[in-house]
Design a protein around this ligand. Structure first.
Ligand code: NAD
Length: 493
């Protein structure tokens, strides 16, 4: 494991004192403050007010007004919505450097990762939905089956959306939620995670500069209790949530009682199946492998943290995965050469270390890592860690660790590999590594998850993304996400 030095540039402390509600930056109703700490250095990088129920009330009223008003988002044609989404993408592009730095200094995401997935990627998602806003059929005349007449099928925006996002990819996930909602004609109350509030102000500035009608997007950063208040607010028509399975279950229960539509993108414990014909040369597959199993310090929902290796090549796979984890550069998230940064919070670092201790106690063998990098006395770092001889029934193979910790599990034949991959409470992602892409596609079809890659993995804006089982309900991205923000009405004519 190589270690990069601390970033040399001086990090400004960003102080915010308002919320973006009704198209303006307005004073908060409460007095509490969120303090944001840089996980690489443990220094304060920003402060912002913490939202209250009264701020949520104001945001919901503003969103409703824009939705209902002929001068607001409700009066925009699909072409006007597309133009506004493209302007929003342009305004985000104009703030790229500030956004990437804000994200990396809050959640520890390496700047090199933020520079792709937290800037270019979100604006591409908004441009994708701008295109979809004008190509979606909002009305259709369907010939009757019973002969009595035709039916006009209308597809109308659902209304005011509550969007709740986690800290791990704050901008990408905001785009996943806000893009299809705005394209469909919905208005939004967005609640960012308290760990990543600073970039949400840059998003708010972009939304304002793009000239979205006041109240179309409103942003109230706050913790879980205010998030729960937003979910059950009588002015909300649909909830879309990305975060942990535990919170997703709680939100799903409330939405079930209220009969409120909900999309839940939750945790994962995905498997990478290495077939016996796999090319293990890291010079060829190392970069793609890193993205699928260690991206963003292991703090990515879809990562394949379970590595399934054929018994015949088990030691080779363990050696390759250990070499990969052992060779990455661990360091300050703002250092451009860093590949693995710190855990987002001290509490989360403790949680990840708890799993490493549990893995050892349950008899798995550490081949690399297992501790804290000696060269980084400050910051919430964990060494990239690989466990071999892992039983799929053990805690580290069943529970989401959300850190740079990989488990290598042996399988006997392809049926056994599929059985182990599917022996999980989760069903979000997965990957097949093979020298034969057709064989990989056949295996991919047998894995019970919402998404799976063959020799690569990265969600695409045009393809639905989401999970089955404890990984959630519904899909982000693709036309499917836009359709999930429309309600249909049949008019028999
Ligand atoms: P979390 O569930 O603790 O928090 C997510 C968001 O929900 C935050 O904004 C938080 O303030 C809010 N929240 C907390 N309690 C709430 C409540 N009772 N009601 C309403 N809102 C509430 O998750 P986290 O730790 O921020 O994020 C990590 C988790 O997110 C991991 O489990 C990861 O797998 C998951 N995730 C899933 C996807 C996906 O697309 N499936 C993507 C990224 C992250």
């Amino acid at each position: 494991m190589a270690c990069s030095g601390a970033a040399e540039e001086h990090i400004e402390v960003h102080e915010y004192g308002t919320f973006f509600i009704g198209g303006e930056f307005v004073a908060p109703r409460g007095t509490d403050t969120i303090t944001v700490i840089n996980p690489s250095t443990e220094e304060v990088v920003g402060r912002a007010p913490e939202g209250t129920q009264a701020d949520v009330d104001a945001a919901v009223i503003a969103a409703r007004r824009s939705f209902d008003s002929a001068d607001g988002w409700g009066g925009y044609t699909p072409h006007q919505r597309a133009d506004a989404l493209n302007r929003l993408a342009d305004e985000l592009d104009a703030r790229q450097e500030a956004i990437a730095t804000a994200v990396s200094s809050q959640n520890g995401m390496p700047l090199a990762v933020a520079g792709q997935l937290e800037i270019n990627y979100p604006s591409a998602v908004f441009r994708y939905y701008a295109r979809l806003a004008v190509t979606t059929a909002y009305e259709e005349r369907r010939p009757g089956f019973l002969g009595a007449g035709d039916t006009l099928i209308e597809r109308r925006p659902i209304g005011v959306l509550a969007a709740i996002v986690p800290w791990n990819f704050p901008q990408a996930l905001t785009a996943w939620k806000v893009g299809p909602a705005l394209a469909a004609g919905c208005t939004v109350v967005l609640k960012p995670s308290p760990e990543t509030v600073l970039d949400s102000y840059l998003f708010a500035e972009a939304a304002r500069a793009a000239g979205l009608p006041p109240g179309t997007v409103n942003i109230v950063p706050a913790g879980g209790a205010v998030g729960a208040y937003l979910v059950s607010h009588p002015g909300i028509d649909k909830v879309t949530f990305t975060g942990s399975t535990a919170v997703g279950r709680a939100i799903g229960e409330v939405c079930g009682r209220l009969l409120r539509p909900v999309t839940l993108e939750l945790g994962g414990k995905s498997a990478a199946i290495f077939l016996d014909d796999v090319d293990l040369d890291l010079a060829r597959i190392g970069e793609a492998l890193f993205t699928t199993c260690l991206l963003n310090n292991g703090q990515t929902c879809f990562l394949t943290s379970r590595i399934l290796a054929p018994r015949s090549r088990y030691d080779e796979v363990v050696d390759a995965i250990s070499a990969l984890a052992g060779s990455v550069t661990v360091g300050d998230a703002l250092d451009p050469s860093t590949q693995i940064g710190p855990m987002a919070t001290a509490k989360h670092r403790d949680r990840v270390e708890g799993y490493i201790a549990k893995g050892k106690a349950e008899g798995a063998r550490i081949t690399v890592g297992g501790g804290r990098p000696a060269s980084r006395p400050k910051g919430w770092f964990v060494e990239p860690t690989v466990f071999a001889d892992v039983d799929n029934a053990s805690t580290i193979a069943q529970e989401e660790i959300f850190g740079p910790v990989l488990s290598v599990i042996a399988y006997e034949d392809e049926d056994d590999a599929v059985r182990i991959a599917n022996d999980s409470a989760y069903g979000l992602g997965g990957a097949i590594w093979t020298g034969d892409p057709e064989r990989g596609r056949e295996m991919a079809r047998r894995v019970r998850t919402g998404t799976v890659g063959v020799n690569r993995y990265l969600p695409d804006a045009a393809a639905p993304f989401g999970g089955v089982k404890a990984s959630g309900i519904g899909r982000d991205l693709g036309p499917e996400a836009l359709a999930a923000h429309l309600e249909t009405k049949s008019i028999y004519v």
